[in-house]
Design a binder for this molecule. Structure first.
Ligand code: COI
Length: 358
């Protein structure tokens, strides 16, 4: 289906104010945003406008009942300066998976991709050129019907904003395994990218940070034994030459970086196993010297090396050397910058010029 996206351009770009060598994620936003409204059972009025505040009625249902979901994605430029998206269809599909779980309407996947392409084409000067940096894209949907009462909303907004970002972590990180609070349980909303999952994680994360850790490592809700994921990442461990990652158990987010890393590891002939992993197994591997590496994967963090995990009174020190994590990080960055062959055809180039309606 073809969509007519009305584009209103900003008069003067603010990109000249950006220091491309110092861009922490989520603090600076590009000139434009994509917006679409859900009304009378259908998505209408897709448009790109100069970035602006969105008026919010105090009874907007997302504020009260939390119908709010989002995605995280990255746009990069190749060696010729052509903007590219990383596996955008996967994000479009995951947004709709999250929408299903939260009782929200699907957003048309072709309009999701078209909106991204047009927004990124328009704001392409904001894409940081350095390998490892990117234009972070944040598609999100929330209930904006004004109503007090517990039911699915009938009005929603779908919006995409964009924020240039450098690397998320500049050094290996420390995780705090949480044994009081839980993130998710099977049948809950853990596999959806729902705003509420992050809200519930904020207090435990602040506690972990106050103790000197970077993120929480979440354990299963039944016995605080099986590893789920960390704050903004899926997790991988290398034990005795084998790479293992927790299997998706209905409470873990199916990371698009996670699935890509599994493919890249297999390309390099590593044995990768997805299965339940108990924290006891990691402690045992640490004690007997077979825990070789640990790293996290996510859109924002890309690949984050893990140097330490704290579980109760046990501190697990992981090697300073991360040859596999580093190789995967370099491979992913190389594909995203067009310096390495994209043999899985993950990158979607945005070649054409925009047809702009002023
Ligand atoms: C992402 O990695 O894209 C996320 O959504 C995590 C976010 C909290 C930065």
């Amino acid at each position: 289906m073809s969509y007519n996206i009305k584009v209103t351009k900003i008069e003067k770009s603010k990109v000249d104010e950006l220091d491309f060598n110092n861009i922490p994620l989520g603090k600076t936003f590009t000139d434009h945003m994509f917006i679409c409204d859900y009304d009378n059972g259908k998505w209408t009025n897709p448009r790109i406008e100069p970035l602006h505040d969105i008026p919010t009625h105090p009874a907007a249902m997302a504020l009260h009942y939390g119908q709010a979901i989002f995605e995280g994605m990255k746009a990069t430029i190749d060696t010729e300066g052509t903007p590219m998206l990383f596996r955008p269809k996967k994000n479009a599909a995951r947004l709709n998976f999250s929408a299903d779980r939260m009782g929200m309407p699907h957003f048309p996947e072709d309009l999701f991709i078209e909106g991204l392409k047009q927004l990124v084409a328009l704001d392409k000067n904001w894409i940081p050129p350095q390998e490892g940096s990117a234009l972070y894209l944040r598609p999100f949907m929330y209930a904006d019907e004004h109503f007090i009462g517990m039911r699915a909303a009938t009005h929603y907004k779908f919006i995409i904003i964009a924020s240039p970002s450098g690397p998320y972590f500049s050094k290996p990180i420390k995780l705090f395994a949480e044994t009081k609070y839980i993130r998710a349980v099977e049948g809950g909303t853990g596999e959806a990218k729902a705003a509420g999952n992050y809200a519930a994680a904020i207090k435990p994360t602040e506690i972990a940070k106050a103790k000197g850790y970077d993120q929480v490592l979440w354990l299963d809700a039944h016995n605080f034994n099986y590893i789920q994921e960390a704050g903004t990442m899926n997790l991988f461990f290398k034990i005795n030459r084998e790479i293992i990652t927790p299997s998706l158990d209905g409470a873990i987010l199916s990371g698009i970086t996670r699935m890509s890393v599994i493919d890249l590891l297999k390309d390099k002939c590593y044995k990768v196993t997805e299965r339940p992993i108990a924290i006891d197994e990691i402690i045992e591997a640490y004690n007997n010297g077979t825990l070789e590496e640990a790293f996290g994967t996510g859109t924002a963090v890309s690949i984050a090396m893990i140097e330490e995990i704290r579980f109760k009174d046990i501190t697990i020190h992981i090697s300073d050397e991360n040859p596999v994590g580093q190789m995967i990080s370099d491979t992913l960055n190389g594909i995203r910058s067009g310096n390495l062959e994209d043999k899985h055809h993950w990158m979607v180039k945005i070649e054409r010029e925009l047809d702009v309606t002023l």
